[in-house]
Design a protein around this ligand. Structure first.
Ligand SMILES: Nc1nc2c(ncn2[C@@H]2O[C@H](COP(=O)(O)OP(=O)(O)OP(=O)(O)O)[C@@H](O)[C@H]2O)c(=O)[nH]1
Ligand SMILES: [Mg+2]
Length: 205
């Protein structure tokens, strides 16, 4: 699909009222610094639309990017930044909780993990929670350019296996255990995986 227009439509802080509308939302979640804002920029082919930073905790607001005037990419603040103060972590939880309670049109959650590492306890908790909502999710394993080609398959399997342990604790409506979806290997640097991620996010189930 062609991205013909994208604008930063809304920025919501801890006390802002979150927008209520009928436009589908695709939300990006993941640890601080994992590359959520960079992924959004790559998907919409804009270098610096979503602000990125080497310092964790860059995105502290919920940012709504309106794409093609037909859906939102919602850039959520990252979790699990060890050096964040307790009050900052509490503000994060409150905001995220409020987001998920308020949104009426969330059609997909894009969960990011770092391809180089085993998913953190926070990643697994987030995935557990995503599965409990029943909202379809897409797993993106970022920073693939930082690994050698020969390391990618085992890194991907390590992530899949950790997520699978969480998934099998859930069942679908027919009572069958869920399975983790295949992580999509992605790099914002080389743009590898861009079209695959975009297709997975826009696919209607
Ligand atoms: N090499 C490489 N660096 C990346 C990639 N994706 C993101 N980065 C870098 O990682 C850092 C964090 O990226 P962001 O996109 O700001 O991360 P974020 O998840 O939005 O972080 P918060 O807003 O703090 O939650 C930046 O320095 C990016 O340039 C990637 O695929 N490859
Ligand atoms: Mg960000």
């Amino acid at each position: 699909m062609q991205i013909t227009s994208v604008t930063l439509d809304q920025v919501c802080g801890p006390t802002s009222k979150l927008p209520v509308h009928s436009i589908p939302e695709i939300a990006f979640s993941g640890r601080s610094n994992v590359g959520k804002s960079s992924l959004i920029n790559t998907l919409v082919q804009r270098k610096a639309l979503a602000r990125t930073s080497g310092t964790p905790g860059k995105t502290q607001t919920i940012n709504y990017y309106l794409v093609n005037e037909s859906f939102y990419f919602v850039d959520l603040p990252g979790y699990g930044y060890a050096r964040a103060s307790k009050s900052a972590q509490e503000a994060w939880s409150a905001m995220i909780e409020r987001y998920f309670q308020t949104t009426q049109t969330l059609t997909k959650i894009c969960q990011l993990v770092d391809l180089r590492h085993k998913p953190s306890a926070d990643d697994l908790m987030m995935y557990d929670w995503i599965l409990a909502t029943g909202i379809p999710s897409v797993i993106v394993a970022t920073k693939a350019d930082k690994l050698k080609r020969s390391q990618i398959n085992s890194a991907k399997a390590q992530i899949k296996n950790a997520l699978e342990e969480v998934a099998v604790r859930h069942t679908d409506l027919a009572g069958q255990a869920l399975h983790a979806s295949e992580p999509i290997v992605f790099s914002a640097k080389t743009k590898a995986g861009r079209s695959e991620v975009l297709a997975a996010l826009l696919k209607t189930e």
